[in-house]
Design a binder for this molecule. Structure first.
Ligand SMILES: Nc1ncnc2c1ncn2[C@@H]1O[C@H](COP(=O)(O)OP(=O)(O)OP(=O)(O)O)[C@@H](O)[C@H]1O
Ligand SMILES: [Mg+2]
Length: 312
C-alpha cells in the first residue's frame, strides 16, 4: 500500500544524499491529494556556489507535470495498441498461410487413401479399415483447418478520406520514444501540399510501423550513424509516394525477391510476415510496395497510394 510518510522519508534521504555530494537533485515524484487522486511533480534542487566553489544556498523548483505524464501514458497506450494489432495481424497471417500450406498435402493424402481403397476393392478388409481411418483423420484435420481459416478471415478495410502525412506523423509519434532510445536520428520530409487519399487508417499505420520497425532492426548492429528518413511526396498527379530510408545493413541481392514472401525472415525471432502483410495492404489500397538498396548503405522501402480524383 502507498505509504506517504515512508515515501517522503525516502525522498528526503535521496535529496540529502545528492546535496551532500554537491550534486543537484532531479526527480519526477508521484504525490497524492487528500481524496487519493495522484498528481506528478518534477522536483529540481540545485546547489548555488560562490566563486570559491562553496555552496551558499540552494534553489528548488517544483513543476506540476501531471498533464505531460497523462499525455505520455496515452501515447504509450496507443503505441501498445498499435503494436498489439500489428502483432495479432502478423500472427493471423502466419497461421492462415500455414493452414493454406497444410491443406494442400491433406487433400493429396485424402486422394491417395481413397484411390488405395478403390484399388483394394473389398479385398484385404484390415487394410481397408486402415485406409478408412486415414480418410477419417484427414477429413477431421481438414475441417479443423477450414474452421481456423474461417476464424481468421480478414476484416474488410474501412476506407475513409485520409491525410497520409497525419497517418505518418501519428505513427511516428507513437514509436518516437522507442526510436530515441536507440540513438537513431529521425528526419521527416513531408510534402505539406499532398492531396487526400482514400484508405484504412489502422492498416496504413501498420504498414508504416512494419517498415519503420524493420529499419530500426536493420540499424541495430550498425556502428555508424543511424539515420531514418521518412518522406512523402507527389510522384505524379495521380500518386502519392511514401519512402522509408534507413542506414542499416541493407538487403543482400539474393534476398531481394524473397523478402516480400510469407515466412521469409533473416531474424532469429522474426515471423517473416511484416512485409507480405504490408504489401497486401498497400495493394488493397491500389498501390505498390517495393524496396531497393541505397547506393551508400542501408535500404529504402517505398509505397504508392493513389489520390482521390476530385481532391487534386
Ligand atoms: N530495412 C531493411 N533493411 C534490411 N533488410 C530488411 C529490411 N526490411 C526487411 N528486411 C529483410 O526482409 C525480411 C522480411 O521482413 P519482414 O518484415 O517480412 O519479416 P521480419 O521482420 O523478419 O519478421 P516480422 O514478421 O516479425 O516482421 C527481414 O527478415 C530482413 O531480412
Ligand atoms: Mg518485420
Amino acid at each position: 500500500m502507498y505509504n506517504k510518510f515512508n515515501c517522503n522519508l525516502k525522498i528526503a534521504e535521496k535529496i540529502k544524499e545528492a546535496l551532500l555530494q554537491g550534486e543537484s537533485f532531479h526527480e519526477e515524484l508521484l504525490n497524492h491529494k487528500k481524496n487519493g487522486d495522484g498528481f506528478w511533480n518534477l522536483l529540481r534542487i540545485a546547489p548555488i556556489l560562490d566563486n570559491k566553489g562553496v555552496v551558499t544556498h540552494y534553489v528548488g523548483i517544483k513543476t506540476d507535470i501531471t498533464l505531460l505524464k497523462l499525455r505520455d501514458s496515452k501515447i504509450a497506450e496507443q503505441r501498445e495498441e498499435l503494436l498489439h494489432v500489428t502483432r495479432v495481424g502478423k500472427l493471423a497471417e502466419f497461421v492462415s498461410s500455414l493452414a493454406h500450406e497444410i491443406s494442400q498435402p491433406l487433400t493429396a493424402i485424402l486422394s491417395y487413401a481413397q484411390a488405395g481403397q478403390r484399388i483394394l476393392n473389398d479385398r484385404e478388409p484390415q487394410l481397408q479399415e486402415i485406409m478408412q481411418s486415414i480418410i477419417n483423420d484427414d477429413q477431421r484435420a481438414t475441417e479443423v483447418i477450414r474452421r481456423l481459416r474461417a476464424l481468421l478471415k480478414k476484416n474488410k478495410p474501412a476506407f475513409e478520406p485520409l491525410d497520409i502525412n497525419k497517418v505518418i506523423r501519428d505513427t511516428g509519434s507513437l514509436i518516437m520514444t522507442h526510436i530515441t532510445s536507440k540513438n537513431i536520428v529521425v528526419h521527416f520530409e513531408l510534402d505539406t501540399n499532398l492531396p487526400i487519399i482514400q484508405g484504412d487508417r489502422i492498416q496504413l499505420q501498420q504498414v508504416i510501423l512494419n517498415l519503420i520497425s524493420n529499419s530500426l532492426e536493420a540499424m541495430e548492429e550498425s556502428p555508424d550513424s543511424r539515420d531514418l528518413l521518412i518522406k512523402s511526396f507527389l510522384k505524379d498527379t495521380q500518386t502519392i509516394m511514401v519512402q522509408i530510408k534507413d542506414s542499416g545493413c541493407g538487403i543482400p541481392v539474393e534476398n531481394m525477391k524473397k523478402i516480400f514472401t510469407h515466412f521469409f525472415t533473416s531474424k532469429p525471432d522474426g515471423l517473416g510476415m511484416g512485409l507480405s502483410i504490408s504489401r497486401s495492404i498497400v495493394e488493397a489500397h491500389g498501390g505498390h510496395l517495393e524496396a531497393e538498396n541505397n547506393p551508400d548503405r542501408g535500404a529504402t522501402f517505398y509505397f504508392t497510394i493513389p489520390v482521390i480524383k476530385d481532391s487534386i
